[in-house]
Design a protein around this ligand. Structure first.
Ligand SMILES: C[S@@+](CC[C@H](N)C(=O)[O-])C[C@H]1O[C@@H](n2cnc3c(N)ncnc32)[C@H](O)[C@@H]1O
Length: 348
């Protein structure tokens, strides 16, 4: 059943449930779910809020658990784009936030297993709230004309491929994957300039878009000492990319999903030196805090399966000014804290 197809009975129970939550009548709310489990599909027609939002606001764990026991989705957003996690946080219920986060991790991992076992259809796959960066599909993007402006690289639909506000983050990523040999993806070349300042012995750049590649050549990257450019999709060039061991690797593409990034992560152990550092642009779920937290945890778990430990440094970043996004179709980052990943082999 989808959220728009609840019956009038479920709508009636949904409204009663809302009132019970507002009045913190937990026993009544639990009885209502028992009597009509399908009330979990009710959504307030104006606010878009769900029974999970209201349960989270009560701070009652049993009620939140009752939502999940009755298959309430963890990732419903209200009309303002707020998740149930944010409702819990607003009331100061950190343990409820964490319970919803755990459920999100569990649900996404199960979805991934189903996808592996059955090959889910595209429309179901795309129900996952998370893309690694910003839209559209990678292949569509690679066929589009791009536009460089002073501090932005936009695709033909006005999506921000790379933006100047990310410069301080690129500096930090460059610092952690520091000297000798590097691999990166180009965009505005912000991280590449930072890496060059650190005078690496060699620096490999992988870039698939013809316009970006031309821009790289026009700005002299083709003849910089120690710089090697591999032109093409990383997926199609793994043999050339992994012909050596890197002390630092940075991954930051465009129009790819988390599953693409995971596929790249599986290649990292074959080309990172024993004490090397891997990092990636962590735009995962960058417009909803709960989604971002769920996917940081999932990436951490998947990397741990590869014997790689991930620590996240929290960086305050606030690109909320309207001017930053002038002419850009979608604000792909809306959070106050960036989780900068440092990934290293777990020592035996
Ligand atoms: C977000 S930008 C990288 C920005 C870069 N970190 C910087 O500091 O300027 C992503 C780049 O990856 C390239 N790209 C996208 N998909 C790719 C793929 N499958 N293989 C290789 N490069 C890709 C894009 O053309 C774009 O230049």
């Amino acid at each position: 059943m989808d959220e728009s197809s609840y019956s009038s009975l479920e709508a009636e129970f949904g409204q009663k449930f809302h009132s019970a939550c507002c009045d913190k009548q937990i026993d009544l709310a639990l009885d209502l779910v028992k009597e009509c489990p399908d009330l979990v599909w009710f959504r307030d027609p104006i606010s878009g809020e769900s029974p999970l939002h209201w349960s989270a606001s009560t701070g009652n764990e049993a009620l939140v658990q009752a939502m999940f026991d009755n298959r309430h989705p963890w990732n419903v957003l209200d009309e303002n784009g707020a998740s149930a996690g944010e409702f819990a946080e607003k009331e100061g219920y950190a343990s409820i936030y964490n319970r919803i986060l755990e459920e999100g991790v569990r649900a996404e991992l199960i979805l991934e297993l189903l996808e592996q076992a059955q090959g889910l259809p595209e429309e179901v796959k795309d129900e996952s709230p998370i893309s690694t960066t910003k839209e559209p599909s990678n292949k569509d993007y690679l066929g589009m004309d791009l536009k460089y402006s002073e501090d932005k690289l936009l695709d033909a639909e006005g999506n921000g491929v790379m933006m100047g506000w990310e410069a301080p983050l690129m500096k930090l990523h460059a610092e952690i994957i520091a000297p000798k040999e590097k691999s990166a993806w180009f965009g505005l070349g912000l991280i590449d300039n930072e890496l060059q300042l650190r005078k690496p012995a060699s620096h490999t750049i992988v870039e698939a878009h013809p316009d970006v590649y031309s821009h790289m050549l026009a700005t002299g990257w083709g003849s910089k000492p120690g710089v090697r450019i591999i032109f093409g999709r990383w997926q199609d060039n793994m043999d050339a990319i992994s012909d050596r061991c890197y002390d630092g690797i940075f991954f930051d593409t465009f129009g790819e999903y988390y599953r693409d990034m995971k596929e790249f992560h599986e290649q990292v152990p074959n080309m990172l030196s024993d004490d090397g550092t891997y990092s990636f642009f962590n735009g995962l779920g960058g417009d909803v805090k709960l989604f971002h937290d769920v996917y940081c945890r999932i990436a951490q778990l998947h990397l741990a399966d590869l014997n790689i430990e991930t620590t996240f440094s929290q960086i305050t970043i606030d690109p909320s000014s309207a001017k930053v996004w002038d002419g850009v179709k979608r604000r792909y980052w809306q959070l106050q804290l960036y989780h900068l990943p440092t990934c290293k082999f777990i020592s035996q």
